[in-house]
Design a binder for this molecule. Sequence first.
Ligand code: C5P
Length: 221
Amino acid sequence: MIIAIDGPAGSGKSTVARLIASRLNFKYIETGSMYRAVAWKAQQEKIHPDDAEGIAEVARNISLEFQPGPERQKVFVDGEELTPILKTETIGQLAAVVAANRAVREIMVAQQQNMGRNGNVVMDGRDIGTVVFPDADKKFFLIADQKERAQRRHEEMKVKHPEITFEEIYEQLKQRDYEDENREVSPLVPAKDSIRLDTTHMNIDDVVAYMIETIGPVHSQ
Ligand code: C5P
């Protein structure tokens, strides 16, 4: 069984995806961290985000590994754990730029399909139900009001980064939504057969409960 969860930044998808995977005893793959890792490595190597071939080369050579963590998935890039660094909004913004690169997408999508080939996986991202696994057993598309999403992100970040304001986060999310929805390759759109869920006024437990019920009985392979 493959469960695809797509949606914009801050819609709650990674939190619910992780919880659902743990409830069903499935593997969880957060594909956003793959684009984030490419962005981080390109930055380290001083490759300009507009250098399409340079960025593609980074994607070809990067080695990514995921491990389950207590709060979120741990991401290792070329053997080094970079989970907190990858989560920053600066890297999120850069990730949206490298994610518009066709070659990068081809490389990442192939890896994602490979990681999900044995099934019993929950994968979240922007194009899982449309491109990576168009035949996924269940597809969800999570949305939430832009202000609410920025509020959630702000809550998450203010402990470690009290200097970042709500307004900054709101503007950054707006920009990232725009880029993700309007890029030429694999733009963020709901798959036609996805279940759309507006989480603006829902708490995480209700979202998870609804999704688990919608998924129905699961048979372990
Ligand atoms: O989900 P997350 O915020 O970590 O994703 C970072 C960026 O990576 C997104 O804004 C998007 O541009 C890109 N992305 C993508 N396709 C995916 C996952 C993420 O284009 N499947």
